[in-house]
Design a protein around this ligand. Sequence first.
Ligand code: HSE
Length: 412
Amino acid sequence: MAKIAVLGHGVVGSGVVEVILSHAESLQERAKEEIVVKHILDLREFPELSYHNLFTKDFDVILHDDEVKIVVEVLGGVHPAYDFAKACLENGKSVVTSNKELVAAKGAELLAIAQKNNLNFLFEASVGGGIPIIRPISQCLAANDVTEIAGILNGTTNFILTKMITDKMGFDEALQLAQELGYAERDPAADVEGYDAQRKICILSSLAFGHHVYPETVHAEGITKITLEDVGYAKAWGGVIKLIGKVKKLPDGRLHILVGPMFVSNDSQLAHVDDVFNGIMVRGDATGDVVFYGKGAGKLPTASAVVADVIDCIKHFKARKYLYWEDSKEGMLVDYKTQLESFFVHINAEDVDAALKNAENSFGSITRIIRKSEQIGEAGFIVNEITEPVLEEKLAALTDIIVKGKIRLSSF
Ligand code: HSE
């Protein structure tokens, strides 16, 4: 019998208990042991639940219970999740988490403690919810040199953008709907400002390239400034707007990492990843492109990935899963501002034709896009292969235009 503890009884924590109780027999078959939830840590009380007697408010009860060998951390946030996870790993307990904030901030350190103590620290659910992605990158694609990862990593923003694209819903209304449906994080900024996707691309980059990438070192833009006009221009261009997290290994070994809204061509598989779904493309030198698709958020998809990790821990009580990366190293990231990219630019001008002529003279060449229902005094165009600072400098020098916005073009 494997006795576990669950830290947190929120959306994911309650899902974990639900999956363990409802799938008891099949889980036992797969783990070759019965899985029993012995303690649940939460400051709230749940007298209405059949398992209300399992709740404790005292973490030390769990830490000092030698029968508990696996602790599931689904509290979210860095503290106290980090302190609890660290204490568990230092006291002979493997840790499973869905907490991307924790893994993105402290992954290298917790993996090192787990390794030192011959324990496991597993976090399949931290990226892509129910989509297998951590294990495929660390194991199934291990024979490849991964050169690039690009993905729609946040279900909430993908849901919002899908509503904007298909239902012409404004951003605020779509966000409210996402919150009502329980997709958004407690603090919607984590989703809509791109921080959630930023943490996830950091985890995938650390895993694929072997050194911890800290979120504060990665540039992230959210979708709060995206308008229905931008959506219309993307359509006229032949694509859609998606919030993309991407990392590319440059020929000199440095990583170019970025999170932001991008025009994605309809030819790309990622353009067809809609609603709350996530899609992650991993480019390997041997495999070419491998795409992972599924529900990236939600109680049961996430709980399913957590419980699968619990099974893996049970099967590896005396052996470590090979899942590891070193701490970050100096100079491993390239400054995104030095990289050439293509941009869509949305402008207002009194004399659009003259303004576009001036823009063409300044940039060498531009490609105009005309959206349906374009207003008088409005225009959109593409500038190719330019760094963002040069683009901004040149746009600022064009005194006859007002820049309404700019959005990167994705290259996959
Ligand atoms: N808020 C996150 C999302 C939850 O929308 O993708 C899953 O990490």
